[in-house]
Design a protein around this ligand. Sequence first.
Ligand code: SAM
Length: 332
Amino acid sequence: MTSTLVDSFSRQIVYLRLSVTDRCDLRCNYCIPDGYKHFKSTDDWLTFTEIERLVSIFANLGVSRIRLTGGEPLTRKGIDQLAANLANIPGITDLSLSTNGTQLSRYASNLYAAGVKRLNISLDTLNPVRMQQLTGHDVAAAIFDGIKTAHHIGFSPIKINMVLIPGFNDDEVNAMAAFCIDHGMILRLIELMPVGESGQRAHMATHNQAINIHAIRDQLVQQFNLVSATIPGGGPAYYLQSPDGRFSVGFISAVSQHFCDTCNRVRLAVDGVLHLCLGREDQVNLREPMRKGASDDDLRNMIIQAIAQKPERHCFNEPQHKIVRIMAGTGG
Ligand code: SAM
């Protein structure tokens, strides 16, 4: 189905990232700042009924893919029921979820039954000590357990999201590749983005270090004879695969090589604010008009008008424009 949602650069919007909470049970040091106090009031959180209403309107406008994210989506009570309800909305053909995996062993079975078939799991390190340093919590065992359970249940594909942090985990790329091959999962290497105070700090701190995503890609290409591949998903990664198909790796190099020309998505935060670009502050609040009685037609028009305002590209490389929202707030 083609989307009615076309921005002023002729990009069709078919993909909605839905943040169901801005809270997280981890404190990855490039994501949520230490002692962060600006979480949104739960009164401002969209209820499940409100989320379902907005998703129905988006679906009616041609959005077919939804990714549940956050914060950590599995910390929102009833997430499996929400997933089931969203999967039943006419027009939604692809429901996926991003998680840090800490609670996955508990929820995987219900999520799968609800209709979530594709999973992205964040895993920046295989080393439990580093994991604790990065996240502030001793969660390695729970995450590995969650990954094992998800694999066993049959989610496919499972993508492992590894944010490359020069000097911290760039020596683990080969180990992570081996881990993904062993578990039949796809590795995705993500460039650190200067989003929020922590993202900016981490980005600055590692900016001048020699290793970069392109050098890592070249090394993997040589090692595995990688050729380009097409992998299911609505996102911006470009993929390479080994000739025997056992190893697939995606690269998300949003900073060094933007892919804004093909952007097909917007993000709805838990407070009902529609973010038109991860790397810009352009936004429209849908919660307020909805709570003041806007009709579906009103909301539909607001969404169409908002999409027309979608910026051409992010501003990660423009130091004068800083994205102050944290990634967990927008829904990464
Ligand atoms: N909690 C879920 C998870 O861990 O996947 C969903 C939300 S989390 C914000 C989504 C993704 O954003 C994670 O893979 C995380 O590593 C990534 N992320 C957070 N801050 C980032 C940054 N500054 N640069 C690049 N990726 C970032």
